[in-house]
Design a protein around this ligand. Structure first.
Ligand SMILES: [Zn+2]
Length: 87
């Protein structure tokens, strides 16, 4: 059983640890904890996987394409209407 307080400290410092912004001793402690603690390994892996949010990114891309298409057809329609009007 791991010490929960160590895990809490690890989780708090994890982002700084990834960016190497900790004291060398703390970096060493973090690395040792990461190697020895399955809970924190799992937790940090899910954290990394959750960052890109690829599904949301795909949705935003689709919405953007739809918006461009909508504006495009609006522009084409208004152009067609004005041509029709001046004919
Ligand atoms: Zn831990």
């Amino acid at each position: 059983m791991e010490n929960n307080q160590d895990c809490a400290v690890f989780q708090d410092l994890y982002e700084l640890y990834i960016d190497c912004e900790l004291e060398p001793e703390t970096m060493e402690w973090m690395r040792e904890h990461e190697m020895g603690c399955m809970y924190c390994i799992n937790k940090s892996q899910t954290k990394i996987v959750n960052v890109p949010l690829s599904e949301d990114f795909e949705k935003i891309k689709t919405i953007r394409i739809l918006t461009v298409l909508l504006y495009g057809s609006f522009a084409a329609l208004s152009l067609w209407m004005s041509v029709w009007y001046f004919w």
